[in-house]
Design a protein around this ligand. Structure first.
Ligand code: PLP
Length: 393
């Protein structure tokens, strides 16, 4: 008889990041040895007799393909627990269901527009209140947390202005108040930043972006090493039911297997294109944490393992932004980010359209702002494309 399969191969903590991204959750099928994991396209499971089953009862509650994705995300973030959801917003909404009426949250002011909308338009109806701060300013974090809060919700780098929040400092401040700390790590992926290493309680992802990386699935994930939170989140995942389908889990798991490779290229291309843009006379303001001129460049170097592929810049007006966007040929004008193909986004009318104009402008999110998701193409083609489009501005 052959030895039983090693279920924990590639699990949390085993091997380097690339090894984990390739193996965690993607172990060969135990039943057949299939190297590509099976897709369990089922809603329910046969039971041997009343009350006796193989640990799987109903697919909202348990699905083996989803469990593989959850193991993978946990291993990548260095977490004990991973949970997968039907979208990034579903993951964030489930986290918010940990709280209740009367609870106060402190948040980075330039969160993803959909997160702002969920908090401002939905969670306030359930009696939660929100303080919006520039969390890249440690004093603002301290002042906003002083009256107490149940949640500190951060995005770093922020979206789309690429402000960096000091995670170790935020954790110290939040712990004093007993607040849960959450970081939306979508912009960097665990390849370039692992917030749990700084003591953050919960990491959330839109797996739609870098984790899946191929612009063909909408999904979300949560990772935490806190058993108490994991247990409550697992309960809420089943109780509220915002779970992903098995095919989407499988596709995301396949995308993750090249995460380490892809992020290396996104990071290289992002750095080089940002350097190039920083010398261009038509760029009024440039936001990229890898540039020495970025106000938190030193913090970014300490806290992040790379600077990534997200770059924002201001062209001064809606008209200039539109001329630029229309003239691109390699970059596609589209919402979203993090795919292997380069995308260009106009935050004011796309990702942050749900934010009222005065809120947008107060956050520095102007009509002339362009956000690039730098893909994995040849750098020379990306530079030539941006150069050509800037000539039209
Ligand atoms: C896209 C995105 C979300 C929302 O995720 P969906 O998968 O679109 O629901 C949340 N946070 C950030 C930073 C995002 O970019």
């Amino acid at each position: 008889m052959s030895a039983p399969p090693r279920r924990e191969k590639g699990a949390a903590g085993a091997g380097g990041f690339a090894t984990r991204s390739i193996h965690a959750g993607a172990e060969p099928d135990e039943a057949t040895g299939a190297v590509s994991p099976p897709v369990y396209q089922t809603s329910t499971y046969a039971q041997e007799e009343i009350g006796r089953h193989k640990g799987y009862e109903y697919a909202r509650t348990q699905n083996p393909t989803r469990e593989r994705l959850e193991r993978s995300v946990a291993a990548l973030e260095g977490a004990k627990h991973g949970l997968a959801f039907g979208s990034g917003m579903a993951a964030i909404h489930t986290i918010m269901a940990l709280f209740q009426a009367g609870d106060r949250a402190v948040c980075s002011s330039d969160l993803y527009g959909g997160t702002f909308r969920l908090f401002d338009k939905v969670m306030t109806r359930f009696g939660m209140s929100f303080a919006w701060i520039d969390s890249s300013n440690p004093r603002e974090v301290e002042e906003a947390m002083a009256p107490g809060a149940k949640l500190l919700f951060l995005e770093t780098p922020s979206n789309p202005l690429m402000r960096i929040t000091d995670l170790a400092h935020a954790v110290r401040v939040a712990r004093e108040k007993g607040a849960v700390t959450v970081v939306d790590n979508t912009f960097l992926s665990p390849a370039l930043q692992r917030p749990l290493e700084f003591g953050i309680d919960v990491v959330v992802h839109s797996t739609t972006k870098y984790l899946n990386g191929h612009s063909d699935v909408v999904g979300g994930a949560v990772a935490t090493s806190r058993d108490d939170l994991a247990e409550r989140l697992r309960f809420l995942q089943n109780a509220a039911g915002a779970v992903p389908g098995p095919w989407d889990c499988w596709l995301t798991l396949r995308g993750i297997r090249t995460l380490a490779l892809r992020m290396e290229r996104h990071d290289q291309n992002g750095r080089a294109l940002a350097e190039w843009l920083s010398r261009h006379p038509k760029i009024k303001k440039l936001y990229y944490p890898g540039l020495a001129t970025h106000p938190q460049h030193e913090l970014a170097r300490r806290q992040m393992k790379g600077f990534g592929g997200m770059i924002s810049f201001d062209l001064g007006s809606l008209e200039a932004a539109n001329r630029f966007a229309r003239s691109l040929e390699v970059f596609t004008l589209a919402e979203s980010l993090g795919g292997i193909e380069s995308l260009c986004c106009h935050p004011a009318t796309m990702t942050h359209a749900s934010m009222p104009r005065e809120d947008r402008e107060a956050r520095g999110l102007t009509d002339g702002l362009i956000r690039l998701s730098v893909g994995c193409e040849d750098l020379a083609d990306l530079v030539a494309d941006v150069e050509g489009a800037l000539e039209q501005v």
